[in-house]
Design a protein around this ligand. Structure first.
Ligand code: ADP
Ligand code: MG
Length: 682
């Protein structure tokens, strides 16, 4: 079949035959049957034997073979984790929560009992919990209270090939912990004497690609195991020319498949949530116009910041005469396997966090859309061949594929290290002294030291201060934990917690709509505060709280819709706030301290956190960073957009054709003077 704009090329290698589903009476026995048919099930005994004999193993296998869901259950069922819990780490929150839900169903237990999860701002665990799916960030955080991870007898580091910053830190720490808990002075001395093997640790590194050697070498030649996957041939079509608008190209390709090709679900890879939402709208619009007798379209979005449970419909079997269209970020590349996919559309784009270090020492993380790597492209295509032969439509040319880099650079090489460095300092470690798989750039280590010093978290001799310890206790970015701590002095913790919770939520509070800009601005007018965006957020929260008292769920939703507010962000912020209050209480911070409707204490508290993000008005109306050299403008979405405030603080910078500051408030000159004096003093 010829598809407009594509030229065929050879696909992926052949594999085993398709497994046919047979009728099973109950849901549980059906799940057990599915479990027993996973490729990994064949090797169960051999695997368990290997885990028994080797304390550190590296397990490789194709995506979908059953590593993440089955290995923890095998360990549990074979009694290899009698002395403690099994931790399974994931770089992404949604993966941790949805995998835990799946495994709880397979074990036929309620989620949160023997099978649980723990992610930032959300936990479903109990004293019964034996298998805990958690983000790599959460387990690194646990190191602060339990430096030997003594609660766990097995730590499974999943998706290790992604080399997220937290995964790299965890791996480095595991090597230390292993030496201490297994009583071996050096991992190389594996099998030698065990001085103190009372609570030994097992480590399993799981990865989808071929970085096995590197992991194995890091653990002094750990055993490498392979699980064979089930991969059917996938025919790959490249676009014959580059695509200017990949969202539009994805939509056209989807409808081409939908009208011309036999049943089978479609998985579309997009860089991020905004593109997913915009493609969802346009596909829905056209799908509504399809003739009634046509196969209908069921759209399932899937991205990292989704609330847990929200994505469950992607796993439900596709009803008859329906085609599922899954819109996903690279979460569906290896972390999560979605059954039923026969067609993949790959935009060739992803979002990557990158730290822009400034030569003056400061810097910040940016999230940029960029081309994927060859190994991602191959993984994405592979998703079409899980259950039978499939097709992958790449919205880029074969030449572009060949130009892609082979695999991604570890995050530790390209991200802001301030938050991690602070956590390490709390457990008496340092990035410089920790044995990492890859060492971060000198420049970015230096800049994180400067940030922490400016925030008052480290002193001149790079030692952690009391403020630094308090900051690290909060599951927040250092800038925001600093603001919470500063709010003690200003007596406005109540307000600062409100704002910081919203800023830490994964979805944005304000829904942007370029078509309805005037309507949006009119609807939100009553929240606007002359000091800027932070107090505006506070006004929204207070108004929402009032509404919540009198309105039911529907009324609240309608109120949010009317004001172009994202209720999900408000709900998430409510949960976050709850957790932050608990941390405050633990630290003896009065979380009820309120400054009423005074805005200055709040802004000053935030100013202590956003110390790196101060800018001064220039004669030509632009702003210049007080720390750093960049010239910036206030983002059009800001309440201060066309005001001329002499000094501003901002939450973040965004890059388009120029640099914009977003989340802006004006701050008094006196703050700057005092702060500058403070800085010179220290
Ligand atoms: P691997 O880690 O090797 O990539 P997994 O253990 O994650 O494999 O998944 C094994 C299989 O379990 C997948 O192919 C998928 O069909 C099924 N599965 C995993 N999670 C879910 C879920 N939440 N709902 C339904 N099926 C799932
Ligand atoms: Mg997996």
């Amino acid at each position: 079949k010829s598809l407009d704009g594509y030229s065929g090329s050879n696909g992926i290698e052949d594999g085993d035959r398709r497994v046919s589903a047979s009728p099973a009476s109950t849901k549980h026995s059906l799940l057990q049957e599915q479990r027993s048919k996973l490729p990994i099930a064949l090797g169960r005994e051999a695997l368990v034997q290997e885990f028994r004999e080797n304390d550190v193993t590296v397990l490789l296998g194709e995506t979908g073979s059953g590593k993440t869901t089955q290995v923890p259950q095998y360990l549990l069922e074979s009694g290899l984790a009698r002395n403690g819990m099994i931790a399974v780490t994931q770089p992404r929150k949604v993966a941790a929560t949805s995998l835990a839900a799946r495994v709880a169903a397979e074990q036929n237990v309620p989620l949160g009992s023997s099978i649980g999860y723990s992610v930032r701002f959300d936990e479903r665990c109990s004293s019964e919990t034996r298998i805990k799916y958690m983000t790599d960030g959460m387990i690194v955080r646990e190191l602060m209270s339990d430096p030997l991870l003594s609660k766990y007898s097995v730590v499974i580091v999943d998706e290790a090939h992604e080399r997220s910053l937290r995964t790299d830190l965890l791996i480095a720490n595991l090597k230390n912990i292993f030496q201490q808990r297994n009583g071996i002075s050096d991992v190389k001395g594996k099998g030698k004497g065990r001085a103190d093997g009372s609570n030994p640790l097992k480590i399993i590194i799981m990865s989808a690609t071929i970085d096995a050697e590197k992991f194995s070498q890091f653990f002094s030649g750990a055993r490498i195991l392979y699980v064979k996957g089930r991969q059917h041939p996938v025919k790959i079509y490249h676009s014959s020319h580059g695509q200017v608008d990949y969202v539009d190209a994805a939509m056209r390709t989807f409808f081409q498949i939908h009208t011309d090709s036999p049943a089978g679900d479609v998985l579309i890879f997009l860089p991020g949530q905004e593109d997913i939402e915009s493609l969802e709208k346009s596909i829905q619009l056209y799908a509504n116009q399809l003739p009634q007798d046509r196969m209908s379209v069921l759209i399932c979005p899937m991205y990292a910041s989704q609330a847990s449970g929200q994505n469950s419909k992607v796993f439900n079997p596709t009803p008859f005469n329906v085609r599922k269209c899954i819109l996903a970020t690279n979460i569906a590349e290896t972390s999560i396997t979605i059954p039923g996919v026969k067609y993949v559309i790959d935009t060739g784009k992803c979002k990557e966090k990158r730290f822009l270090a400034r030569n003056t020492g400061g810097g910040f993380d940016t999230l940029l859309t960029k081309d994927i790597t060859q190994s991602s492209a191959i993984q994405r295509a592979g998703r079409a061949g899980r259950e039978g032969a499939g097709h992958c439509f790449r919205l880029y040319t074969e030449e572009s594929f060949k130009m892609m880099t082979l695999s991604a650079e570890p995050e530790i090489m390209r991200c802001s290290l301030a938050a991690s460095l602070l956590q390490l300092k709390c457990i008496g470690q340092d990035l410089e002294s920790l044995e990492l798989m890859d060492q971060p750039a000198e420049e970015s280590m230096k800049s994180s030291l400067i940030v922490l010093f400016l925030l008052g978290a480290l002193d001149r001799s790079k030692e952690i201060t009391d403020v630094g310890r308090e900051m690290a206790a909060f599951p927040l970015e250092p800038v925001y934990s600093r603001a919470v701590i500063a709010s003690k002095e200003y007596g406005c913790t109540y307000q600062v917690l409100d704002i910081v919770s919203v800023l830490s939520a994964s979805s944005k509070l304000f829904v942007e709509s370029s078509e309805q800009r005037d309507a949006v601005s009119e609807a939100r007018k009553k929240f606007r505060h002359s000091s800027g965006d932070h107090i505006t957020i506070l006004n929204v929260i207070m108004a929402y709280r009032d509404i919540a008292k009198s309105e039911n769920k529907n009324g609240r939703r309608e109120w949010c819709r009317r004001h172009f507010l994202n209720e999900r962000a408000l709900l998430e912020a409510t949960d976050i706030r709850e957790q932050l209050m608990q941390t405050c209480r633990r630290l003896g911070i009065n979380d009820q301290a309120s400054c009423g409707d005074m805005d200055e204490p709040v802004i000053h508290s935030l100013g202590h956190g956003l110390a790196m993000n101060i800018a001064l008005l220039q004669p030509d109306g632009s702003y210049k960073q007080s720390f750093g050299q960049s010239i910036l403008k206030i983002h059009p979405s800001s309440t201060l957009c066309d005001k001329k405030s002499p000094v501003i603080i901002y939450d973040e910078l965004v890059y388009t054709n120029q640099i914009y500051a977003r989340g802006v408030s004006r701050i008094s000159k006196s703050f700057l003077v005092n702060f500058g004096a403070l800085r010179q003093h220290s």
